[in-house]
Design a protein around this ligand. Sequence first.
Ligand SMILES: O=C[C@H](O)COP(=O)(O)O
Length: 220
Amino acid sequence: MKAVIINFKAYGEGSGERALALAKAVKEISEKVDFYMAIAPNFLDIPEIVKSVDIDVFAQHADAVSYGSHTGRITPEMLKEKGVKGSLINHSERRLRLADIDYLVSKFKELGLTSVVCTNNVSTTRAAAALSPDYVAIEPPELIGSGIPVSKAEPEVVENSVKAAKGINPEVKVLCGAGIATYEDVVAAIDLGADGVLLASGVVKASDQKRALEELVGLR
Ligand SMILES: O=C[C@H](O)COP(=O)(O)O
């Protein structure tokens, strides 16, 4: 099943009570379509959403450390304890070192968490795929939040990332993201070989989030 993962980022429109409402809207829509839909709210909203909404919840980041003397860190074990499905790793707005990405992908496997490693171009997608995460998500940073969909503006980046990742490890699923907002954008991504999309502003910043969700998955 193709995946649609919605990152709430640190947007006010996807925080607190609004995060909970949006999570419920995503859950409701997910029951009407043939997409795997999941969300990535901020850390503070995760426990409440996990408790109240039956949907896969991802963190937006994890730190490459285990329990111990670290201040202000979120370890994979903590995420596991809170009932999250997995996490974005190395998002463009929260980059990590290669060794940290490697640590997290391995630790996630050990804990049964799903890893979504974000990348910015074909070469980094190839490098990320070599670590055998569950997903890589190719997102050209300049298109993030631009409203210009990567699947239309830079189709070759998506297509070549899919080829590069599958060439290294056919098991790795490839998402694309940046500027995705409509069903047409999603279909374009899938036509380029992507296993789904990772998006944020097209839904979270929309004046009518539910309507934006419906448009995204082809219900309108
Ligand atoms: O995690 C999501 C990506 O950074 C894409 O963001 P965007 O949909 O606002 O362009």
